[in-house]
Design a binder for this molecule. Structure first.
Ligand code: GDP
Ligand code: ZN
Length: 304
């Protein structure tokens, strides 16, 4: 028996074809999208119908409401969605594993294109690699990306003090490489997180781990401040970006645009290039220019 009342909810976790949705009362239950294609992402506001005719879900997702934003990565083969309708993205970096500047830059570019404010949490500042990592982050400090230094493990109370106001009244998507401390951050801010993951596993009646899925956790009982935890990743493809758009999405490079001799300058080999001049003058770092050029080449290759 199915009733036809359409209700609104938010997608708070994704497990393959199954989604956990949360209604306006804060109740969470399983749902699956109508039709074959599961194009929901965590953060989506959706319209659903209750069902009683399924063993694996309690609701059917009928419609995805328009998104304010959507963060994704895209390689030649496929598109991977992080989350939608977020207020900010936190990129978690650490001294160990060592900072991957290309990956950080790619995430910041994707955020810029999706019009999502981004910032960096710099974790494990207790480790000996601190000075080196801080030096690597200099261009990012200089281009105005907020960076918060923390040691979740060795100084958790100060970390919480610094992080709390940044997360307040916002939905924050946390991304970063495995080992940077995402689980530690989640445990620090949402101590009951593991229990809710266990509940979902139980609801799905499966023994497999569900920790690799994206999940929205609330930090407060009013459900105003939320943290979206996403699985670690390796490659961050940017095929969704047009080559000519790339320089404008890199804040340090963007500030030197407009002065090149050729209006369609690609800032790679052309003479009288203001971006290259800024690099010669030490205003754009070697790494950032290299990252620009390598992403440019990557997204310029023929798309099949
Ligand atoms: P995840 O893979 O991103 O979820 O990272 P984890 O939270 O599992 O952390 C990876 C490792 O880094 C664990 O052994 C943590 O104990 C350790 N770790 C997390 N935060 C810190 C920190 O501030 N300092 C140090 N030294 N180690 C940390
Ligand atoms: Zn140029």
């Amino acid at each position: 028996m199915t009733n036809n009342i359409h209700l609104n909810a938010r997608v708070v976790a994704g497990y393959g074809r199954n989604f956990l949705i949360e209604n306006i009362h804060g109740d969470r239950f399983l749902a699956y999208p109508r039709g074959k294609k599961s194009n929901c992402v965590v953060g989506d506001f959706i319209e659903y119908t209750n069902t009683e005719d399924s063993h694996s879900a309690e609701a059917v997702i009928n419609t995805i409401l328009p998104r304010t934003n959507l963060l994704l990565r895209q390689d030649q083969m496929r598109t991977k969605y992080f989350a939608s309708n977020v207020d900010q993205v936190i990129f978690l970096v650490s001294c160990f594993p060592a900072l991957n500047e290309s990956q950080l830059s790619r995430a910041l570019i994707a955020c810029e294109q999706a019009h999502i404010p981004s910032q960096i949490f710099f974790n494990k500042i207790d480790l000996p690699g601190y000075t080196e990592t801080k030096a690597q982050l200099t261009p990012y400090y200089q281009m105005g990306i907020p960076i918060t230094e923390i040691s979740i493990k060795t100084d958790s109370s100060r970390a919480r003090e610094r992080i709390q106001p940044i997360l307040n009244n916002k939905i924050s998507l946390v991304i970063g490489p495995s080992g940077s401390g995402k689980s530690s951050l989640l445990n620090l801010m949402v101590p009951h997180a593991h229990a809710s993951v266990a509940e979902v596993s139980h609801a799905l009646q499966s023994g497999r781990h569900t920790t690799t899925s994206t999940t929205l956790y609330w930090l407060d009982s009013q459900r105003q401040s939320g943290l979206v935890d996403s699985p670690g990743f390796q490659e961050f493809g940017l095929q969704q970006i047009q080559p000519a758009e790339l320089a404008g999405l890199m804040l340090d490079i963007r500030s030197f645009l407009g002065g090149c001799r050729f209006y369609n300058c690609t800032h790679r080999h052309e003479p009288h290039c203001s971006v290259n001049q800024a690099y010669q003058d030490g205003k754009i770092s070697q790494n950032r220019l290299d990252i620009y050029r390598s992403i440019y080449d990557e997204i310029s290759t023929q798309k099949w």
